[in-house]
Design a protein around this ligand. Structure first.
Ligand SMILES: Nc1ncnc2c1ncn2[C@@H]1O[C@H](COP(=O)(O)OP(=O)(O)O)[C@@H](O)[C@H]1O
Ligand SMILES: [Mg+2]
Length: 291
């Protein structure tokens, strides 16, 4: 949970079960959750003061799209879109941003798959030619495509930063059999999604999946393959040897860098034009991927 927002315990929709940087989650009965993507946006790990109107709906649409598309690989927590029967105070606008999911027993590992060398993977490679202990070829540069996608788990911390771990450490945490299953499912999901995205001119450089257990079955939970959980790059702008613009947040980040903001809350107010452009980026990600 991010440190800079205080959990709002009471809301019009009732008590929050979890408040994340972007999503608000409520319990529905004992077996389900209502997850609402808000229009909040974070940059440099801080939730900005200004929301991006319409962003929550787009992220929800994208997750729903992927849940359906990938359900042949693994079952997922999606149950249905919410209705007034789930929460009598829910508005039509919130319905568009919400999904009802099965409440799972979360496995506390972030199942990261990387097809390209970026972020913490690139940092580790420069030191040791490895990523999460996996030895890679010599001579790779920043944003290089890897020969094969790799599974690079990290711990799932409710407080503080997630930490990259080796597969061996993962097996000592959740067991060998489960670790092997999660690795295979994650790689299969990444391959199917990234092959598909390429046909739409989008590179999925890396992504993070979360899994949970319901009735002894492993299911895919949380959000899937959104710009918040993945690095999306535009095929036309891809240029290895440097860091790539992120599909969604680059406009906001670039603008924030022109201000003298110290990256502590509160953030400066975003100009109207930056908000509009950012919304257009999210919309184009959804349109490209689902067209
Ligand atoms: N089906 C599910 N069952 C139980 N927990 C879930 C399920 N889907 C997601 N979660 C958990 O709910 C929380 C959602 O938090 P999120 O909005 O992503 O904020 P953050 O990641 O910033 O804490 C995460 O802790 C996630 O692991
Ligand atoms: Mg999250």
């Amino acid at each position: 949970m991010s440190n800079n927002i205080k959990p709002l315990i009471k809301t019009d929709l009732g008590d929050l079960w979890h408040v994340g940087k972007v999503r608000d989650t409520y319990e529905v009965g004992s077996d389900h959750l209502l997850m609402i993507s808000t229009d909040r946006i974070s940059a440099f790990d801080i939730v900005l003061n200004d929301p991006i109107p319409g962003k929550g709906t787009i992220l929800t649409e994208l997750s729903k799209f992927w849940f359906k598309k990938l359900s042949n690989i693994v079952n997922n927590h999606f149950v249905r879109i919410p209705t007034i029967n789930d929460n009598s105070n829910i508005t039509d606008e919130e319905i568009n941003r919400g999904i009802i999911v099965k409440k799972a027993n979360r496995i506390d590992i972030e199942c990261v798959v990387r097809g390209y060398l970026a972020g913490s993977g690139w940092k580790e490679y420069q030191k040791s030619k490895t990523v999460c202990g996996i030895q890679l070829d010599d001579g790779l540069i920043e944003s290089s495509k890897l020969n094969e996608p790799i599974f690079t788990p990290s711990t799932k911390e409710d407080e503080g930063h997630d930490e990259n771990i080796s597969f061996e450490v993962m097996t000592s945490m959740v067991g060998k059999e489960l670790s092997e299953k999660l690795r295979k499912i994650s790689l299969d999901l990444y391959k199917a999604a990234s092959d598909y995205a390429l046909t739409k001119n989008i590179i999925i450089a890396d992504t993070k999946f979360e899994f949970g257990i319901v009735n002894d079955e492993i299911i895919l939970i949380d959000e899937v393959l959104t710009p918040d959980s993945s690095r999306f790059w535009d095929v036309d702008d891809y240029e290895p040897g440097k860091s790539q613009d992120s599909f969604d947040k680059q406009i906001v980040r670039d603008w924030l860098e022109t201000t003298d903001w110290n990256k502590e809350p509160p953030s400066p107010d975003l100009p109207e034009q930056i908000m509009t452009k950012t919304y257009e980026r999210y919309k184009s990600a959804l349109e490209k991927l689902t067209s």
